[in-house]
Write a protein that binds this ligand. Structure first.
Ligand code: 4NP
Length: 164
């Protein structure tokens, strides 16, 4: 992938109402700040279908809002086969998400299918823990991990792609 075509980054978790929409909003904010919003497309999806069409979990929305990120416009969707055509980077929040994505991955896919934290340069932990059955601290932890990995991912993309 190079040239003028926008790079696509898809963040994936289980329900697409907690972790991956948080990653989408945080990474989108980084892209806006860096003037790269027209060079890198960002989206999120879930491997599961329980929450299709729903906005992000109120606990995720509130925790994100407190750090200046807006999740209000996002709606949950499930991973679809076309995502492998449309996204050169498909980044999973945990090992189970990655396993599910590998099962869906077509043979011809040559993009990067990996854990988000690993792609973002983190060494440990490598998973963003599912906060759905947790408390406010777990949602803060998601944001802590996502913010670090978003910076690392942007640095990795800058190293690989010739942005101005
Ligand atoms: P997410 O969290 O994968 O970060 O969106 C979850 C949301 C919903 C469920 C599980 C995890 N659920 O079982 O409904």
């Amino acid at each position: 992938m190079s040239g003028s075509e926008a790079i696509g980054v898809l963040f994936v978790c289980l329900g697409n109402i907690c972790r991956s929409p948080t990653a989408e909003a945080v990474f989108a904010a980084r892209l806006m700040r860096e003037g790269l919003a027209d060079r890198i497309r960002v989206d999120s999806a879930g491997t599961g279908d329980w929450h299709l069409g729903e906005p992000p979990d109120p606990r995720s929305r509130q925790a994100a809002r407190a750090r200046g990120y807006d999740l209000e416009h996002l709606r949950a969707r499930q991973v679809v086969p076309a995502d492998f055509r449309n996204f050169g980077y498909i980044l999973a929040m945990d090992d189970a998400n990655l396993r599910d994505l590998r099962r869906l991955q077509p043979d011809w896919y040559r993009g990067e299918l990996d854990l988000f934290l690993r792609a973002g340069g983190c060494r440990s932990p490598l998973e963003v823990p599912d906060p759905y059955n947790g408390d406010a601290r777990d949602f803060e932890r998601v944001l802590d991990l996502v913010e670090v990995a978003a910076d690392g991912l942007l640095a990795a993309l800058r190293a690989r792609h010739p942005f101005p």
